[in-house]
Design a protein around this ligand. Structure first.
Ligand code: ADP
Ligand code: MG
Length: 465
């Protein structure tokens, strides 16, 4: 099938439909004109027939004209554009009289038994005529026939002209309609061209270009708006990625620069053993930081497109939470914190063991890290409206309202300068967020500055066992 352009295709469909419609209309016109022309002729014949029956006398032997002379005279006197041919025959169909305008010709007689229709088409010297053959009866016995005919030449001429006109105008009208439709469709899809042109121009370095919205708020407006929204999202995603890369390199460089600076200062002159130990310990802690940072960055990179590797296994959440707090037991002891486990009952979920572990570890480590000494950390496991929920509550620093939405951003650390002793990369919750997305876990935060924080994880409903 040939590839039609959109405007040609629409114009084509349009004229196919209109063409069918016009041909129906033209046929109706032609048929009704033909009908009315024939009806007119037949009316004339019928009129003549009625008149003739007044002018004849009928007996059992046949019929004759009452006033032969007057009839012939009348034929000559009347000015008739379309003459009427009349012929009288006896019961056997033999002609015994006819109108003078027939001259030497004769109208064709049709045997009555054949069932002659009231009106029918016939020929007279190659001329088309409309003919009618009427029985003349006397006491229910046919004694003769009157044949009346009128020329169809004029009618046929009119019909032929009409036919030619319609046949000629048909393609002409269709052609004009095709061009008009093509033009209108072309005009109405003009915005599509703008969309194509603008979209073609958009590259990575001019991603801020947007498609100008058409005036009418129609489907094309919606399409332009949708593409613009898509561009907004892509632009933001690229922006985020750039920001992430620059933040990551900054975060990696800072500890390295610190280590380098410390070592350079250390080597300038001989120092006390204690000072060496302090500086080297400091450097080791910075190397640890870089290590952790690299680990977390790799983790984040791995989960960017992890979707296909997610396992679905039956997990006992209670055990998982106990394991998590056990892993931090040394730190819990050091800080003299108390972990309170409040488990409503045993809760199983269908999820990936490793990924859920990473989520719980990060949330728990934050609760511990941002708590003061001698405080409680409450881990709850409960069912709320048929949804399994896990909450981890601390009595620590809390998160200010303005930072609540930011803590999931990579490298963001709320008021980190206020507590330089708490080390961190700001990547933990980014990883949590990404994993929660992968596992369909909803995460909510309730926090009050200097009072404490509760992180609530809601596990997907369909995974309840
Ligand atoms: N339980 C919490 N209490 C107070 N602040 C928190 C808590 N959890 C997270 N935050 C804030 O969110 C920030 C981001 O957390 P996270 O991504 O885990 O990074 P990190 O722990 O390495 O700083 C933290 O720096 C901290 O300011
Ligand atoms: Mg953390």
């Amino acid at each position: 099938m040939p590839t039609f352009s959109y405007r040609n295709r629409i114009a084509f469909y349009y004229i196919v439909t209109t063409g069918l419609l016009i041909s129906v209309v033209f046929t109706v016109i032609y048929v009704s004109v033909k009908e009315s022309v024939y009806r007119h002729i037949e009316n004339d014949i019928a009129l003549e027939r009625t008149k003739l029956f007044d002018e004849i006398s009928i007996s059992d032997k046949g019929f004759t004209l009452i006033d032969q002379h007057e009839w012939k005279e009348k034929e000559h006197n009347t000015l008739d554009v379309n003459p009427i041919f009349i012929q009288f025959t006896n019961a056997e169909g033999k002609m015994f009289d006819k109108s003078p305008n027939l001259k030497n010709s004769q109208l064709l007689f049709h045997k009555s038994e054949e069932g002659v229709p009231l009106y029918f088409d016939a020929k007279l010297n190659q001329i088309s005529i409309r003919q009618s053959q009427i029985d003349v009866t006397y006491k229910e016995k046919v004694v003769g026939y009157i044949i009346i005919a009128m020329s169809l030449e004029d009618a046929n001429l009119v019909l032929r002209n009409l036919r030619y006109t319609l046949l000629f105008t048909f393609p002409l009208v269709l052609g004009i309609l095709f061009l008009v439709a093509r033009f209108i469709v072309g005009r109405s899809i003009e915005p599509v061209k703008t969309i194509i042109e603008t979209s073609n121009k958009i590259k990575k370095d001019n991603l801020n270009t947007r498609i100008s919205l058409p005036e009418n708020k129609d489907e094309l407006y919606e399409l332009s708006e949708t593409i613009n929204n898509l561009l907004n999202r892509i632009e933001k995603a690229i922006e985020r990625e750039k920001q992430f890369t620059s933040d990551a390199s900054h975060e990696l460089r800072t500890p390295l620069a610190i280590i380098k600076g410390t070592l350079e200062v250390l080597i300038r002159k001989p120092r006390e053993k204690q000072e060496y130990e302090d500086k080297i310990n400091f450097c080791i802690s910075e190397v640890d930081r870089v290590n952790k940072l690299v680990d977390e960055l790799l983790l984040l990179a791995r989960f960017e497109n992890e979707k296909q590797n997610i396992k679905s296994e039956s997990l006992l959440l209670n055990a998982l939470l106990l394991d998590t707090s056990a892993r931090f037991s040394q730190k819990i002891k050091d800080k003299k914190c108390k972990v309170i486990h409040l488990f409503e009952k045993e809760f199983y979920i269908q999820s990936d063991y490793n990924l859920v572990s990473i989520i719980l570890s990060n949330v728990f480590s934050n609760a511990l890290k941002y708590s003061g000494g001698n405080s409680n950390i409450t881990v709850k496991l409960y069912n709320e409206n048929d949804i399994i929920k896990c909450s981890i509550t601390d009595e620590g620093l809390g998160i200010s309202k303005k930072d609540k939405n930011k803590i999931f951003n990579a490298f963001f650390r709320s008021e980190s300068l206020n507590h330089p002793e708490i080390k961190g990369t700001g990547l933990g919750l980014s990883i949590v967020k990404r994993l929660c997305e992968l596992l369909n876990i909803t995460i909510n935060i309730k926090s009050q500055l200097n009072k404490g924080t509760t992180i609530i994880l809601s596990f997907p409903e369909e995974e309840i066992k």
